[in-house]
Design a protein around this ligand. Sequence first.
Ligand code: HSE
Length: 320
Amino acid sequence: MHRPIGRHLPTFAPAERRSLSTRFVIHIPATTANLGSGFDCLGLALDLHNTIEVEDAPQLELFIRGEGDTTLPRTAANRVVKAMQRLCDEIGKPLPPVRLCMNNLIPLARGLGSSSAAAVGGLVAANRLHGNPLGPEQLLALAVELEGHPDNVAPALLGGMCVVNMTEGRSVAVSFAWPAQLQVVVYVPDASLSTAKARGVLPNMITRGDAVFNVGRAALWVAAIAQQRYDLIQLATQDRLHQPYRASLVRGFDAICAAAVRAGALGAFLSGAGSSMAAIVMGNADAVADAMRQTAQGAGQPGRAVVLNGSPHGVRIELA
Ligand code: HSE
C-alpha cells in the first residue's frame, strides 16, 4: 500500500495539553488547483486535512506537528495567526489569546494548498472565536486577499470541485459534488516548488488558439463531471496555458503524467503550481501510483505516491 502523508502523527503530548480544555478543532482540506486546463479557475478539495486545535490560553501560543514543524514560524508571522489577525481587524475586534495546536498533514510548497489551508483555518478560527460574524462570501474574499489564489481557497472553504471567477475585485465560487468513484493519485516529489517561481515562467501574452484550447477543455471538465462522461477527462485535462512552461521546473513531469495515463488514469496534470502531479483514477489507483513512482524514480524525481479521495466538505469546525 502507499504510505499516507503523515497520517500517523502523534497526538500532542500530555504536557502540552495539561490544564487546557479544547474549545474546538478546525479541519481544513488539501486542494488541487487548475486540474490541468482550468488555470486559476478550477479546484478540488481532497481528503487530506490539516487540523488546528484552538484553546483558551493566557497568551498566544503555537505548537506545530508534522509538515513544517521545523520551518514554520511560531510567532505572529505564522500564516494562521496572520489570517486570524486579519479577520479581527476586519471586524474591529482584538485577537483573543489562544493556544493553537496545528497538526499539519498537507505538504508545503507542493501544489496541494497548504497556504490556503493556513489562511482558511486562521480566518475560520478567529471567526468562530468572535461568534461567526462573517459569512462564507466574506471569508472567501478575505482568504483570496490573503492567499491570492481563489482556485485553492474556494475548495478549502466549500469542499467538492469548485469553479471560481474573479470579477470586479471579488471572487465568485460555485462548488459541486465530486463523484465518489473517482480518486486522485498524487505523486508528491521530495523537491518543493514555490508558486512565485512557477508563475514567474508563465508568458504574459497567449495566442487566441491557446485561449480557445483551454476554455473549451475547462468547460469540458465541468460537463464531464455533470454528465458522468469520465472518458472525456483526459481531453479535459489538456492545457496550453501553464503546464508547457512549468514542465522544465518539475523533473520528469511529462513522463510521470504519461505513465499514469498508460497505467489507466483518466487524466494527469500538475497539481496547482506544482511540484506534485495528480492523476484521476477510477478503480486502479495502486497501478497508477506504482507507475508514477517508478517513472519518477527513473527520472531522478524521488517522492511518494498517495491515493486520495475528493473531499465533499470544505473547512469544518468540530466542537469539543
Ligand atoms: N492557479 C494557481 C497557479 C494555483 O497555478 O499558479 C497556485 O496554488
